[in-house]
Write a protein that binds this ligand. Structure first.
Ligand SMILES: Nc1nc2c(ncn2[C@@H]2O[C@H](COP(=O)(O)OP(=O)(O)OP(=O)(O)O)[C@@H](O)[C@H]2O)c(=O)[nH]1
Ligand SMILES: [Mg+2]
Length: 334
């Protein structure tokens, strides 16, 4: 970040006022690897969290699906639908591969052409990072910032082929799996575990000569979800079809999401889930901090360097060496 940093107070004031420039700068702070940026970001987040949220209760929506399933186009269609109804929409992404190339940004902006121009929408590409956990943590903090700025609907898009959807599931209230007409899970590269996580399964591209295939896919997944064990949320997953390109079925998807929200709010799951997510991120941050403190400690580095060769040569047992290293760490008894 080249420009001089603002004070925490200035960030907080700007974000509360819904200033997009300040919001974007605060997110850059959250994403920064510099310790002084990280410390300032924590100050900002602390102040924002301490204040009473005067905005509408937010809804965080995870969107996953195979590459090319139409996630960005779907978010554009649903996002515009919401913006027209007075909601303020944010689109975030978790793309672990973006640490190498941030190539999909351009693609996403063109897929979300109308939304990216709307004053009621805020689109931010996936943060870069060396680990999925790090990227997900930055996204969690970004969610807090955009909500404080008054964005009440947060989409988090990820490609449903790896571990990233588990991270998105821990960041969002409702999880939507986008599917292609025709092809089964195996062909779409969707793992069974992801189907099990979904609250809504939406067969996209139900248009033109694909309508019949889309209906077949819908019947297939309807059957598949009936075989799944009941969810802790008490919600039975819905299977819908839509065309993000033509806009058909988008209203039904939103109605189902609203129904999900009222049903899980009524039975307490919605708030409970957020509390458990907060607990999870506390544990996650502690583990990351412990890991960094441990391996960054000079005593640990020294002992580890000395013992590694001994262990590899078979002269010292791995477990004895580990105990030795732990004794020389900040957590050792000595
Ligand atoms: N016919 C039709 N094409 C669609 C529809 N939705 C998306 N597409 C097309 O499918 C292609 C992929 O759409 P994207 O929205 O980029 O898909 P994505 O899932 O975000 O892709 P990645 O982010 O690369 O994983 C584009 O060419 C879209 O125009 C739809 O409802 N109908
Ligand atoms: Mg996309």
């Amino acid at each position: 970040m080249a420009r001089p940093l603002r004070t925490a107070e200035e960030y907080v004031r700007g974000i509360r006022a819904g200033d997009r420039v300040v919001l974007a700068q605060a997110i850059t702070l959250v994403e920064s690897a510099r310790p002084d940026h990280a410390a300032l970001a924590q100050d900002v987040i602390r102040e924002l969290s301490a204040a009473e949220n005067t905005h509408l209760p937010s809804l965080r929506i995870g969107i996953t699906g195979a590459p090319g399933a139409g996630k960005s186009t779907f978010i554009e269609a649903l996002g515009m639908h919401l913006v027209e109804r007075g909601r303020k929409v944010t689109v975030l992404a978790i793309d672990p591969s973006s640490s190498i190339s941030r190539g999909s940004i351009l693609g996403d902006k063109t897929r979300m052409e109308r939304l990216s121009q709307s004053e009621f929408a805020f689109i931010r590409p996936s943060p870069a990072g060396d680990s999925l956990g790090g990227v997900a943590r930055k996204t969690r903090e970004t969610i807090l910032l955009v909500e404080a700025a008054g964005f009440d609907t947060v989409f988090v898009e990820t490609v449903g082929v790896g571990q990233s959807e588990t991270a998105v599931h821990r960041l969002t209230d409702v999880f939507v799996l986008l599917l292609l007409p025709g092809a089964g899970d195996e062909l779409q590269g969707i793992k069974r575990g992801i189907v099990e996580m979904a609250d809504l399964l939406v067969v996209n591209k139900a248009d033109g000569d694909r309508i019949k295939l889309a209906n077949q896919a819908r019947a297939h997944y309807l059957n598949a979800t009936h075989l799944l064990p009941p969810k802790a949320s008490g919600w039975a997953p819905r299977v819908l079809a839509c065309s993000s390109q033509e806009g058909s079925g988008i209203t039904d998807v939103w109605d189902a999401i609203e129904e999900y929200r009222s049903s899980t709010s009524a039975n307490g799951f919605f708030d409970d889930n957020r509390r458990r997510q907060a607990q999870y991120w506390l544990q996650e941050a502690l583990e990351a901090g412990l890991h960094a403190a441990f391996y960054g400690h000079p005593g640990v580095r020294e002992r580890l360097a000395a013992l590694e060769q001994e262990v590899m040569a078979g002269r010292v047992s791995p477990f004895a060496a580990a105990e030795d290293v732990l004794r020389h760490s900040p957590f050792g008894a000595s």
